[in-house]
Design a protein around this ligand. Structure first.
Ligand code: SF4
Length: 344
């Protein structure tokens, strides 16, 4: 089974409650089942035969996780409970036990794996469906790219494999990824800029792990602006940047923080600690489609921690978290790209 690769996490997390406070969904549902300890205990039970994927509650719990990787990051031994959760989903799918809603979503993503390119230049900007749906974000990106790259190619389209991987459909994810890699390699570009943190993680980490090579260098937007030494004439002022789960916990990328420094932002600490996630399930990529009620609770949890919910300028890296915090948290949220574009 895929979970066998995470022996350390199964054997140790099942007796440990040290990172329970970083379980975002456990924090809003007040449920032990939504913590690494109980998930590991349930998966241990799967191996000993006392638990089974025939139990729908068990499978539902596996698909009800924020996948922020905060617990693995702050674990003293860095046991990869996040990787274990993803592996468990792959085992659920291989066993043919995926919930109907998950199957329907996966089928949509398989079908959507097609892209088109417009414009000319040696740099490509990839606008996934979520990023492309936010007019303020795309306007900011146009401004930033014009300044940093001059002419550029815009790539739009559907699944590049990330959501499929997160849902446990690994062969289908690899297939979509291979097609996207071939598409990108067919463009005559030396760099690809990826504003969506999940898509950036896919190209940076998933693709190499699957043996897929890209000819172009992969940049997050902040990294590209820093690389091109874009000059900003205005400072960003006081704001609260919510550290991004993919950048901090999956990629170890500090480009957003370096860009905030370049923007002379006065970045105030948000909430009660800088360990937990405030991104409303960004790591789970499609949590808003599977469990909007949980995303609502996560956004309300974040709003309750704002110093002044009506006035605080809150900044996220990706559009997913921005949309959730605006819709459910009623907060004033902009992306880092919007802030950067306003400082040009
Ligand atoms: S990830 Fe680390 S801290 Fe969290 S439950 Fe597992 S062993 Fe404990």
């Amino acid at each position: 089974m895929n979970i066998d690769k995470y022996e350390d996490a199964i054997m140790n997390c099942r007796f440990c409650f040290m990172c329970r406070h970083l379980s975002a969904i456990g924090n809003v549902r007040f449920t032990e089942v939504d913590t690494p300890r109980i998930r590991a205990a349930m998966l241990y039970g799967l191996r000993t035969g006392t638990n089974s994927f025939d139990d729908e509650d068990f499978v539902d719990a596996l698909y009800r996780q924020d996948l922020s990787a905060c617990c693995a990051r702050h674990c003293v031994n860095h046991y990869d409970e996040n990787g274990l959760a993803l592996a468990a989903r792959a085992d659920v799918v291989e066993a043919g036990k995926a919930p109907a809603a998950v199957k329907r979503l996966a089928a949509k993503f398989v079908k959507s794996a097609a892209w088109k390119a417009s414009g000319n230049g040696k740099v490509a900007l990839f606008l996934d469906e979520t990023t492309a749906s936010d007019k303020a974000e795309t306007a900011a990106l146009r401004k930033l790219m014009k300044n940093a790259a001059g002419d550029y190619v815009t790539v739009t389209g559907g699944s590049i494999g990330k959501a499929l991987k997160v849902l446990g459909y690994v062969p289908e994810a690899k297939d979509a990824a291979a097609k996207f890699a071939q598409f990108l390699n067919g463009l005559d570009v030396s760099a690809v800029v990826v504003p969506n943190p999940a898509a950036f993680d896919a190209l940076k980490n998933d693709y190499p792990a699957w043996g897929l090579k890209l000819k172009a260098k992969v940049f997050c937007t902040a990294g590209f602006l820093l690389d091109r030494k874009v000059r900003f004439s205005k400072s960003a002022g006081e704001l609260y940047y919510l550290a991004d789960d993919f950048m901090r916990n999956y990629c170890g990328c500090e480009c957003p923080e370096r860009l905030l420094a370049a923007l002379k932002a006065k970045n105030k600490p948000f909430g009660t600690n800088d360990e937990e996630t405030y991104n409303c399930g960004e790591g789970a990529v499609v949590l808003d489609r599977l469990h909007p009620e949980i995303v609502k609770s996560l956004a309300e949890y974040v709003a309750a921690r704002a110093d002044d919910p009506k006035k605080d300028r809150i900044v996220t890296l990706g559009v997913y978290a921005k949309m959730a915090l605006v819709k459910y948290g009623k907060l004033d949220v902009k992306t880092l790209n919007e802030i950067a574009a306003s400082c040009l």
